[in-house]
Design a protein around this ligand. Structure first.
Ligand SMILES: Cc1cc2nc3c(=O)[nH]c(=O)nc-3n(C[C@H](O)[C@H](O)[C@H](O)COP(=O)(O)O)c2cc1C
Length: 217
């Protein structure tokens, strides 16, 4: 398995590609919009790494549901493995693996829980099935069988008037959004002969000023 890069119509990535404030936002939004326009699968999917109390990393894919100058947001169960990691080690790295576009973007930085009102607004926008599914699953905890999981799901649906009912499904206390507040963002564009373009932007913790550097591939 060997695929060459540099033919996807990208190119031209350099420190000068980063404009605006914060410098990573415009280019990130442009690349994400291109992923949507090209209909690549799940363009907002990102692989998020957290670390447990012993410093051992764990990764999993989540969906990025909001982006602005404060960072990138995803939603999950606070009692999941990642939720427990973030409670003790509130830092993360996230990678958007846009392989079909020969691109990737990494974020690193501290993580905070978003305002409850923002989670509430997002929860209200979710399909009823996703709401019921979140209530039915004690995420990351073992269960004896698929049948038991489905029984839990039925019991939850029954509590709220059924799968097709119209009784509102309340936001569970243990479900909500996290925002990764980037201090480092790296853009990568595939190039021929493994001579890729990499630009890393780092935020000075004292001044808040972003510095963009080209890195060797
Ligand atoms: C494409 C994709 C998107 C996913 N999106 C989410 C998500 O937004 N939130 C979430 O909690 N889990 C999501 N998952 C499931 C997670 O990858 C993971 O299995 C789950 O969150 C439990 O992770 P943890 O045990 O490390 O906490 C997604 C999985 C895939 C493959």
């Amino acid at each position: 398995m060997r695929v060459g890069y540099g033919s996807a119509g990208g190119g031209g990535l350099g420190p000068e590609s980063l404009t605006g404030e914060p410098v990573w936002l415009d280019l990130f939004e442009r690349w994400l919009a291109e992923g949507v326009a090209r209909a690549i699968p799940e363009p907002n999917a990102m692989v998020v790494a957290t670390v447990d109390a012993a410093g051992v990393p764990a990764t999993r894919t989540v969906l990025c549901k909001a982006v602005d100058d404060r960072g990138i947001v995803f939603y999950t169960n606070h009692d999941s493995d990642k939720g427990r990691h973030l409670a003790t080690q509130p830092v993360a790295s996230a990678t958007f693996p846009w392989i079909a576009m020969e691109r990737q973007v990494h974020f690193r930085g501290p993580v905070v829980q978003i305002e409850r009102a923002e989670t509430q607004a997002y929860w209200a926008s979710r399909p009823r099935g996703s709401q019921l599914g979140a209530l039915a699953s004690t995420q990351s905890h073992p269960i004896a069988s698929r049948a038991d999981l489905e029984a839990q799901a039925r019991a939850v649906a029954d509590r709220f008037g059924g799968v097709d009912g119209d009784e509102p499904v309340p936001l569970p206390d243990n479900w909500g959004g996290y925002r990764i507040q980037p201090t480092t963002v790296e853009f990568w564009q595939g190039g021929a002969d493994r001579l890729h373009d990499r630009v890393r932007v780092v935020r000075d913790p004292d001044t808040g000023v972003w510095d963009a550097r080209r890195l060797q591939p």
